[in-house]
Design a protein around this ligand. Structure first.
Ligand SMILES: Cc1ncc(C[n+]2csc(CCOP(=O)(O)OP(=O)(O)O)c2C)c(N)n1
Length: 556
């Protein structure tokens, strides 16, 4: 005989779970009761569900492990939906649960009751509400398997309270795992190699799948063999390529005209897990010039040929597939083609290094600017980061240059907001740090973004998670001002931006941080940033540094 609540925790233990991120209510009380005698699972309390989900997202992405979230009924699930959208886009393997009222009286429409599965469904790979204790173990195992099977992503299970309180003789079952390293089709690899070997001006767009599969070294080998520049996809949220490498070009801008300007220089586009293309606004032009050939390798077959016809579409894991592709290209290339690729690679690398030197010079020239120049700030922070640092980036309009200045490109060195719903970075940083305790997590967060899920600071203080939170305060939604200005209409003519200034009153970030139990400091010069960052990095407690930056913006 076993109770549903005991079975729930036993099955989660079988699935390797040792953290639950949650915020409790009446419908979760059976779970909270069972946790009272389950020392192997740590319950990480978040004070609002957007923060709970965001922390779990960071943890899941950094650990690659099944990560459990416990939310409270329909209102709790509703609060988490924006963050669930982000987790879905990032492919975070989350098992999201919400307590449901006792099935026996849902017909009466009790307090907090609404159907949960339809709320979660658009944002998950699978959503289900078990109705019998006998099904609970199988449902949980299937949920875990589904979240972790490539392409990874969140699943949702509604947990009716009566199932958790019920008792019965039920089998716990056992976990299943789908082996993730899918090797691309050999015939497709051979066709891709023919096109790549003969390409005159190939370009690579690298996506998050590179970091997710740990294929950085394989990508460098391929880029070198092809003499091709490497751009990150527009919504890059992971590190794919060494930032100081001459072939690196940083992320594509998410605007059609800018992408087209890049692509016009090339005859073949090789996308490795890259989004073709997630744009921020509809463009008047097509991002891809006519005649550009496309080879696309991805762990998610949905992405292959989604928006553009693809000459060769390979369903596979980059790390498992790229060595074969590199070997096939080497085998196909004639001596003349190889010489051409080497020559091209040298010229591209030279160009990349010149661009990087120019950008560095601009950052250095702005070092003394007051208020602080965002580019100079990114350069300073990147220079100061220790080798084992992880950057969590939600600096939005202040992040320019960051991707080029960072020194490290290992898979855990960088996390960004893939889904675009802001309020992600602050909680995600807490989850990343919890999953990677040997690293130093530095979160670069815009002041606007920080306020959506500010209560994650409390979890950092309560759990002693030593993130360095750097709030980049321009007292505005600057990116929205930029974009409104680009419409060249009333706002631009009158220099009036409705609902985009955070000045009157100014938000007291140091007061907020201290109220949640963190040490907090303010920097108004780069010298002070250096000093405060150095001491925050030396601390074993979380710290918040508010950096006042220049709030003006350049027209796009
Ligand atoms: C959940 C959500 N609400 C609103 C937005 C729209 N939005 C995008 S960026 C932005 C402002 C970000 O401000 P901040 O973090 O200070 O960065 P800045 O633009 O100043 O660089 C807003 C409100 C969004 N993306 N997601």
């Amino acid at each position: 005989m076993i109770s549903g609540k005991r079975l729930l925790l036993d099955v989660l233990r079988q699935e390797g779970v040792d953290y639950i991120f949650g915020n409790p209510g009446t419908t979760e009380l059976p779970l909270m009761d069972a946790l009272a005698v389950e020392p192997r699972i740590r319950y990480v309390l978040g004070l609002q569900e957007a923060s709970v989900l965001g922390m779990a997202d960071g943890f899941a992405q950094a650990s690659g492990r099944l990560t459990v979230v416990s939310l409270h009924a329909a209102p709790g699930l509703g609060n988490a939906i924006g963050a669930l959208h982000n987790a879905q886009k990032a492919g975070a393997p989350l098992l999201v649960t919400a307590g449901q009222q006792d099935l026996s009286y849902n017909l009466t429409e009790p307090n907090l009751w609404a159907e949960l599965v339809p709320i979660a469904q658009p944002f998950v790979k699978w959503a289900y509400e078990p109705r019998r204790l006998a099904d609970l173990a199988q449902v949980l195992h299937r949920a875990a398997k589904t979240a972790l099977a490539p392409p990874t992503g969140p699943v949702f299970i509604s947990l009716p309270a009566d199932l958790l309180n019920d008792e019965g003789e039920v089998d716990l079952g056992a976990p299943s795992r789908v082996a993730p390293a899918i090797r691309g089709d050999a015939e497709a690899i051979a066709r891709a190699a023919v096109l790549l070997a003969g390409a005159e001006r190939p370009v690579i767009v690298a996506g998050d799948a590179i970091a997710q599969s740990g294929a950085q070294a394989e990508l460098v080998a391929l880029a070198k063999a092809l003499g091709a520049p490497v751009y990150l996809e527009g919504i890059a949220s992971r590190a794919a390529f060494p930032p100081s490498h001459g072939l690196y070009r940083g992320p594509l801008v998410r605007l059609a005209a800018q992408i087209r300007d890049v692509m016009a220089n090339h005859d073949l586009l090789l996308s490795i897990g890259g989004d073709l293309f997630t744009l921020s606004l509809p463009g008047e032009v097509d991002p891809l010039p006519a005649g550009l050939r496309i080879i696309h390798l991805d762990t998610d077959p949905w992405q292959l040929g989604k928006n553009y016809p693809t000459d060769v579409a390979i369903f596979g894991d980059p790390r498992a597939t790229l060595p074969e592709l590199v070997a096939a290209v080497a085998h196909r290339m004639s001596a003349a083609e190889r010489a051409r690729a080497d020559h091209r690679g040298e010229a591209e690398a030279q160009l990349g290094l010149t661009q990087l030197t120019k950008l560095r010079k601009r950052a250095l020239a702005a070092e003394r600017a007051e208020p602080i120049d965002p580019l100079a700030l990114m350069h300073t922070v990147a220079e100061m980061l220790p080798a084992n640092a992880t950057v969590v980036d939600e600096a939005i309009s202040s992040a320019g240059g960051l991707h080029r200045f960072l020194k490290s490109s290992d898979p855990l060195s960088f996390f960004g907001n893939r889904g675009g719903g802001i309020g992600w970075g602050l909680p995600a940083a807490v989850g990343v740090q919890l999953a990677a305790p040997d690293r130093r997590v530095v979160a670069l967060i815009g002041d606007g973004s920080a306020t959506y899920s500010i209560q994650a600071l409390y979890t950092a203080a309560r759990e002693r998670i030593p993130v360095v939170f750097m709030i980049i305060n321009n007292r505005s939604y600057r990116i929205l001002k930029q974009r409104t200005n680009a419409m060249k209409s009333f706002a631009a003519q009158t220099d009036t931006y409705v609902g985009m200034d955070l000045t009157n009153p100014a938000i007291g970030f140091m007061d907020l941080a201290r109220a949640f139990g963190l040490a907090a400091h303010q920097a108004k010069s780069l010298a002070s940033v250096r000093e405060l960052l150095a001491s925050a990095l030396a601390s074993t407690s979380p710290t918040l540094i508010e950096v006042e930056v220049d709030r003006t913006f350049k027209p796009l």
